[in-house]
Design a protein around this ligand. Sequence first.
Ligand code: G4F
Length: 330
Amino acid sequence: MSRKRALITGITGQDGSYLAELLASEGYEVHGIVRRIALEDPDHRLRRIQPLLDQITLHVASLESYASLHTAVEEVQPDECYHLAAQSFVTYAFDDEFSTLNANINGTHYLLSAVKRLVPKCRFYFAGSSEMFGAAEESPQRETTRFRPRSAYGISKVAGFDLTRNYRDAYGLWASSGILFNHESPRRGYEFVTRKITSGVAKIVLGKESQLRLGNLRAQRDWGHAKEYVHAMHLILQQERPDDYVIATGTCHTVEEFVAAAFASVNLDWRDYVISDASLYRPAELHPLRGDASKAERELGWRAKTDFDQLVKEMIQADLSGQRLRQAAS
Ligand code: G4F
């Protein structure tokens, strides 16, 4: 039997790199879409998929260009398409709503349209987000909870989710969404709060920084491990019929709890180092979000395994090792 072909948008990111590893280990032929700029700066932009480069094929395309996505889908003829690429940092979405909405909504629409036209039997995964729940009316949030997004990013994800569902209902496309709550790892970008904290702690331990400036310490999130969450993406596309699933741990923590655990793991008291800076607060904060992933557990056999303290420790250890290597090399 020939190998299944997967096409991943956002392959250079945290989730894309874990997913590419998983699919390659499952025997898939893995293709990824990257922007031209990634090939011009491979050391930086392809760093997460560096060890995989001889096992995957990259195609240059942009979420802003239907023609480029059409060409990539035509070349790859995927059996499964995982659409992870997005402008995904919520703070940027407040700064530049127009480009977030354009790239995230049009990019999803272009890709769905190309898949429908060129490979109508392809299974399509859309990366939905807990940001879609926004000011949610109930807790925990599940698949039936009404979306009340509070940012351009959340609005763009609701639009992508609705487009995906509409291609399923109107055109019979095998299209599913995962509604993923926050998921972190040592591969998380430095702009997100967890990595900002763990890299900041590592720099403080090594004497490179003396303080850590954060925004709202009372904000709460349901944080899981990204490596486990990409397993859920794969499982979602292996079901008998397309559907939507919440993927979460079901446990909520404040940013302050993350900070405290991170400093405690290196025997420091966070109060000696952390400043909460009102200029880093968001114009609109979410209601505390906590996901109910019982449908995923029932139907996919998936549940989060890594607990909060393990996640914090793994990220701290990775940042400490990385910073020490950098220090030794300089
Ligand atoms: O780490 P964050 O920037 O992630 P956020 O906004 O929850 O979004 C992430 O998770 C979503 C759900 O999976 C994704 F859809 C999205 O693409 C992204 O991956 O912020 C988390 C919380 C916020 O409440 C923020 O106000 O941390 C608070 N925070 C406090 N101080 C900070 C900071 N966030 C950042 N980035 N930097 C701070 O200094």
